[in-house]
Unconditional design. Structure first.
Length: 418
């Protein structure tokens, strides 16, 4: 069995490498379908809204298929409805659906907790447990194929965009991390950005070193392209100084100088929360530059963290900065939001109560639940970007992770009620 499994994986990887980046996923799923005698195999990519899957297909130009088209490429949106597809991604478990003459297998395509999409297989017979294990392992390989090949083509990004981007939205998109979710042995994190009709310049970012996790949430003043450009300057400065190995205070000072000196619009500035967690100890340094205070959810209680006050980045070129510190405990949840979560109608959301109600959700689902709650009280058109960053602290940095097919099932959200 091991040699057979190895041959399947080898054929899949060869197929991915021999195909063009646009056709790599189709080549891999085709190999899998042949190996498991499937009637059909398809990859459904997660939409950028986090509220749907998108079926990508290549069809003849004269085909009358429904969905968005770009030449012969067709993207069909499948909104979440609480059914097996959403349950598979939410719980990070394979879902098997019996139908009169076939069996549908829905398998999460995930890497380090990032739900990239879903592998959909139609089989003529009920799959044995061994076959389901093989499908789950293959779906994890497919995640790497997608991650590797989306660097070379716009196809996947095009498929994920169910609404067109403005220029400012395009700029903002490039400032966000390549993955919105990351699971590590000591932590789980996820970020989310719900854009306003006119982009408000919000960003979030994170990066792992060997024993340190860096993160930031920023909000550039204003809207549109000018705000996006200020955000570009600020985030670029923060990344540059972070990669030079300097601390939070030095990062803030450098970004403050860079925004003050180089922003195209006089008086531009950017609020920010910068964080640095020692993964061995849980000691978290935090610097608040004129931003909404971070929130700590601990033992069912939610409180704003009191940190030294600092001016926004770029407001005063000669400003000094100070950081604070907190030691995280296992079970803690750290939450950073932008003021789009608190402005106008969004202020009607009881954020502390909402945070207590979603403590059982994986950060991946928790950020979406909060974004949905904001949209419910504010309406579908936000006055300002609403950005969320949630980090769960587990401790145990030196311990090995317990994962299956790209996710830690013990951290996954529970199934939606039937």
């Amino acid at each position: 069995m091991e040699s057979s499994r190895g041959r399947i994986m080898a054929h899949m990887l060869d197929a991915a490498e021999n195909a063009s980046p646009v056709e790599a996923v189709e080549a891999v799923t085709r190999e899998l379908g042949v190996a498991l005698r499937a009637r059909s195999v398809a990859f459904l990519i997660a939409d950028l809204s986090g509220r749907a899957l998108v079926r990508l297909a290549h069809v003849p130009l004269d085909d009358a298929g429904e969905g968005r088209r770009d030449g012969a490429e067709v993207a069909t949106v499948l909104p979440f409805d609480g059914g097996p597809a959403e349950q598979a991604l939410r719980t990070q478990t394979v879902q098997v659906v019996a139908q009169p003459d076939r069996w549908t297998v829905l398998t999460p395509v995930t890497d380090r907790g990032e739900a990239i999409g879903l592998l959909e297989m139609i089989l003529p017979d009920e799959p044995a447990p061994q076959a389901l294990e093989e499908i789950g392992r293959t779906a994890h390989v497919l995640a790497y194929v997608v991650i590797a090949n989306r660097r070379y083509t716009d196809l996947f990004e095009w498929g994920q965009r169910t609404t067109p981007f403005t220029l400012s939205g395009e700029i903002q998109r490039r400032l966000l991390p390549g993955s919105f979710t990351c699971e590590g042995s000591a932590f789980t994190l996820s970020g989310w950005l719900e854009p306003a009709a006119s982009i408000g310049g919000d960003t979030f970012d994170y990066s792992l070193a060997r024993d340190v996790l860096h993160f930031s949430v920023t909000d550039a003043m204003g809207h549109g392209v000018a705000s996006a450009l200020t955000a570009t300057l600020g985030v670029g400065s923060l990344r540059n100084s972070r990669r030079r190995g300097v601390g939070l205070v030095e990062q803030a000072e450098a970004a403050n100088t860079d925004v003050a000196e180089h922003a195209g619009v006089p008086g531009s500035y950017m609020t920010a929360v910068l964080g640095r967690i020692d993964l061995r100890t849980g000691v978290c340094a935090l610097l608040n530059a004129g931003h909404v205070p971070p929130l700590l959810v601990r033992d069912g209680d939610t409180r704003a963290l009191s940190l030294p006050a600092n001016f926004p980045l770029g407001m005063f070129a000669e400003a000094d900065y100070r950081a604070g510190e907190i030691t995280l405990r296992p079970g803690d949840r750290l939450v950073v939001v932008t003021d789009g979560m608190r402005e106008r109608n969004a202020a009607n959301l009881d954020l502390p109560t909402m945070l207590r109600s979603i403590t059982g959700l994986h950060p991946r689902e928790a950020v979406r639940a909060l974004a949905d709650a904001v949209l419910e009280v504010s309406g579908l058109t936000l006055a300002d970007d609403a950005t969320l960053f949630i980090l769960d602290w587990h401790s145990g940095h030196s311990e090995d992770r317990r994962t299956s097919a790209g996710a830690d099932q013990e951290r996954a959200s529970t199934a939606l009620p039937g």
